[in-house]
Design a protein around this ligand. Structure first.
Ligand code: 5GP
Ligand code: ZN
Length: 145
């Protein structure tokens, strides 16, 4: 679980204040639905966050249009990051809920340049269940779509 989670109400969270220019930030790009700005933590040089203009806590609170717009902006920003910083790798990361690793409860996507030995780690404990389990999970999801 993250050490600090900002769950301020809509309009009062850190990113709402940043969107409204109530706190300083290094903005990179803005359009009707999204805003891109430098992550204050700069895990690697060129680390950008792409957020919704509107306060939506998680992916599940965004509209399909907002979710698509964030990816469109991330695509554009990723190309700019590649051109400007030329990292050998690039990772997109999007966290939802404290248990998902989200610390600011205003929807955002990280665009992170990657380098050898950059210290970023995500453990990924593979389970590899039998195919019948995969089929059962897929059935549950098809029914929920
Ligand atoms: P999360 O952990 O929710 O996926 O990511 C939140 C990110 O927001 C962190 O990487 C953190 O560095 C960044 N952040 C937190 N507060 C501020 C701020 O006031 N300004 C900017 N630019 N980034 C912030
Ligand atoms: Zn907000």
């Amino acid at each position: 679980m993250p050490m600090f989670v900002d769950t301020s109400p809509p309009g009062q969270c850190i990113f709402c204040r940043l969107v409204a220019n109530e706190i300083p930030s290094a903005k990179v790009f803005e359009d009707e639905l999204t805003v891109a700005f430098m992550d204050i933590g700069q895990v690697t040089p060129g680390h950008v966050l792409v957020a919704t203009q509107r306060h939506a806590a998680t992916l599940l609170d965004t509209t399909p249009e907002e979710a698509a717009a964030v990816m469109r902006t991330a695509h554009r920003v990723a190309r700019a990051v590649q051109a400007a910083f030329q990292p050998p790798g690039l990772t997109l990361l999007q966290a939802n809920g404290a248990l998902g690793g989200q610390t600011v409860a205003h929807f955002h996507l990280h665009v992170v340049p990657r380098h050898e030995g950059d210290g970023i780690a995500l453990t990924w404990p593979r389970q590899e269940p039998p195919s019948a389990v995969l089929a059962s999970h897929a059935e549950r999801l098809r029914a929920a779509l």
